[in-house]
Design a binder for this molecule. Structure first.
Ligand code: OVV
Length: 411
């Protein structure tokens, strides 16, 4: 069988399993990436899985099946990559992550180090600093008049507080955001988005590598905490550097995206913003609903390590499964009024942070950042006025705004 055209190096070519529809779609088409909701509905309508010949993968987006694949790390592994490329077959654009792109027992060791670095206790110490930063930023933006929610709010906030929490001595917000976008775009096929993102590598990767060195990280940050695990003999110095790289890969573009998406949800649902204003302690619940409703990381892949069955479908060893977290989080079989943004629901079990042993290890930090900004908005802002039709920025694994002009009105 010829290799489909849309793939990067290293890919299993599979045949569609019995009973699985063949779906002639490109899930990475820009018009789908910028407006995924109709695609999510069509995906769930295919049944448990669909076979996509353009990528030679299975895909799923129903909540139950996606949750099953994601939660079973022994059958559906990550060390063969969580994008379209099978790491067993080709060369990778960067050395694989030793936590995201790893399976037990390797993963168990690195995960433990990261959990300790970003424990509830470690993050509790950061909260008041995050709140001060958020209060000051919202106060300045109230005075400014109209502004872009992405470049004037989400990016400045996340690229200030997070690098400081890591202990970075040389911050470079533009390169940090672009590195995150690069890592996530690299998970997709060899399309224009992936090529454009990776073309920035020579400018960005040396900065990232340099930033992971011990000498570049101040005492008291997440980075120093990871290096102290190397001193204790839990990991090597080189592994510590790789785990700092994971912080920079996963900790910036994700939270920038979540902040923008939160503004988008609240600007378009003023009654929900009024609920938050009336009770700022709803910030945590509002953030989880933003995650469920917008799925900042819209998809990750797994690879079948053995031939197995899910929902009565035989999946052969080596099959890549593209799991649509965005589709699962909007599945009406799982969520009442799934297409309504409702901060009073308790969206427990949403898949926006993943599920199982790889569930987002930095979520305490993300939650602290988002709760700080949502609290500042609830306390200082009466109304979020939307001034243009929001523009989305296509990315092979992230669902993010590119531009959204808004004006904040003081309470
Ligand atoms: C894109 C992403 C998510 C989570 C972890 C990593 C990357 C990593 O590099 O470890």
């Amino acid at each position: 069988m010829p290799q489909p055209p849309n793939l990067c190096e290293g890919h299993h070519v599979i045949v569609p399993p019995k009973g699985v529809p063949v779906w002639d779609v490109d899930p990475y088409a820009p018009e789908i990436l910028v407006n995924p909701a109709p695609y999510y509905t069509a995906l769930r309508g295919q049944g448990a899985f669909a076979y996509i010949p353009a990528c030679s993968i299975l895909t799923c987006g129903g909540f139950a099946v996606t949750q099953e694949v994601f939660s079973d790390h022994s059958r559906f592994v990550s060390a063969r990559g969580v994008g379209l490329q099978d790491f067993n077959l080709g060369t990778t654009w960067r050395p694989p992550s030793i936590i995201l792109e790893a399976d037990p027992p390797d993963h168990t060791k690195t995960r433990r180090v990261m959990m300790r670095a970003m424990s509830p206790r470690a993050v509790a110490d950061l909260r008041s600093g995050f709140q001060d930063a958020a209060d000051g930023l919202i106060d300045r933006l109230l005075a400014q008049g109209q502004f872009d929610a992405v470049s004037d709010l989400a990016e400045p906030f996340a690229t200030d507080v997070f690098p400081r929490a890591v202990g970075m001595q040389h911050n470079d917000p533009r390169r940090l955001v672009d590195y995150g976008a690069m890592v996530f775009n690299a998970l997709g096929p060899d399309n224009a988005q992936r090529r454009a993102a990776l073309a920035k590598g020579p400018d960005i990767v040396p900065f990232i590598t340099d930033s992971c060195a011990r000498a570049r990280l101040s005492d008291g940050g997440f980075g120093a905490s990871i290096y102290s695990a190397a001193d204790a003999g839990d990991i090597s110095q080189a592994e510590a550097g790789m785990l700092v790289r994971s912080l920079l890969s996963a900790g910036v573009d994700t939270t920038v995206t979540a902040l923008g998406n939160a503004l988008w949800c609240l600007a378009r649902n003023p009654a929900q913003f009024d609920l938050l204003r009336a009770d700022p302690t709803l910030a945590k619940a509002a953030f989880d609903e933003v995650l469920r409703f917008t799925s900042p990381v819209h998809s990750f892949c797994r690879t079948a390590a053995i031939t197995t069955q899910v929902a009565g479908v035989e999946i052969v060893e080596g099959t890549k499964i593209l799991c649509s977290l965005g589709a699962a989080n909007l599945d009406p079989e799982r969520w009442h009024n799934a297409d309504q943004f409702d901060i009073t629901r308790r969206p427990v079990g949403h898949l926006a942070f993943g599920a199982g042993i790889h569930v987002c290890v930095g979520q305490n930090v993300a939650r602290a950042e988002l709760e700080a900004v949502l609290t500042a908005l609830a306390q200082q802002v009466a109304r979020i006025e939307l001034l243009n039709a929001p523009v989305w920025r296509p990315n092979n694994a992230i669902h993010a705004l590119d531009l959204m002009m808004i004006r904040l009105h003081r309470a």
